[in-house]
Design a protein. Structure first.
Length: 209
């Protein structure tokens, strides 16, 4: 009987918490993105509980909210479904970073990163570019490397075109990049020998004709 009462006492707070929440789902971009999350019934603008963001039916962001704030470790995946970043919001630091091009990162040395799935900034730029009319006779297509400049405080301070097949392709990417500053995105500044420094974040856009 005592064991039953102990189990019941442990479950009651969980049951009460679940009763105070509502589970919502929201679709964006013609159903390409689907958000699933919990909110407080007393204030549906406050997220509380598990969160999941799917792109084309596979999870790119997952974690938990508590009283409207992200807590614990969140997992962010890239277009290849790899874990690009795991970030602990309680500690305010990355706990896992995908290694790129043979580079080794640790808690004192890592590049500038988007605080979220890299699918988000890539899709945003891609959805705002178009194939330039001046390149319609170019059957080989082209590419542009857009570099976001992020200062040591984690604020976007501008952008540059690092590489471009032609000025026509660069021009349409610039037009898309001009819209990024309006987004309320968070960035993780680069870290060098334990100190926050200015960094760069590259987004490569491919144009196929």
């Amino acid at each position: 009987m005592r064991i039953f009462l102990l189990i019941l006492s442990l479950l009651l707070p969980l049951f009460a918490s679940a009763q105070n929440k509502a589970h919502l789902q929201r679709t964006q971009k013609n159903g390409l993105f689907v958000e699933s999350f919990s909110v407080l019934k007393s204030d549906t603008s406050v997220r509380d509980g598990k969160y999941e963001l799917k792109y084309k039916n596979w999870t790119i962001e997952s974690g938990s909210y508590r009283s409207g704030k992200k807590v614990g470790t969140w997992t962010y995946r890239n277009y290849n479904k790899q874990i690009e970043l795991m970030y602990n919001y309680t500690l305010r630091q990355p706990v896992h970073i995908l290694q790129h091009l043979g580079k080794t990162y640790d808690q004192n040395n890592y590049p500038c990163m988007f605080l979220g799935s890299p699918v988000i900034p890539y899709f945003f730029v891609l959805s705002h570019v178009y194939y330039p009319k001046a390149e319609e006779n170019n059957r080989s297509g082209g590419s542009v490397v857009l570099t976001i400049l992020v200062d040591k405080s984690g604020q976007m301070k501008g952008y540059k075109i690092k590489e471009a097949t032609s000025e026509n392709f660069a021009r349409v990417v610039r037009q898309a990049a001009d819209k990024i500053s309006s987004r309320n995105w968070r960035w993780i500044p680069a870290l060098a020998d334990g100190k926050e420094v200015d960094g760069e974040y590259d987004i490569t856009i491919e144009f196929d004709n």
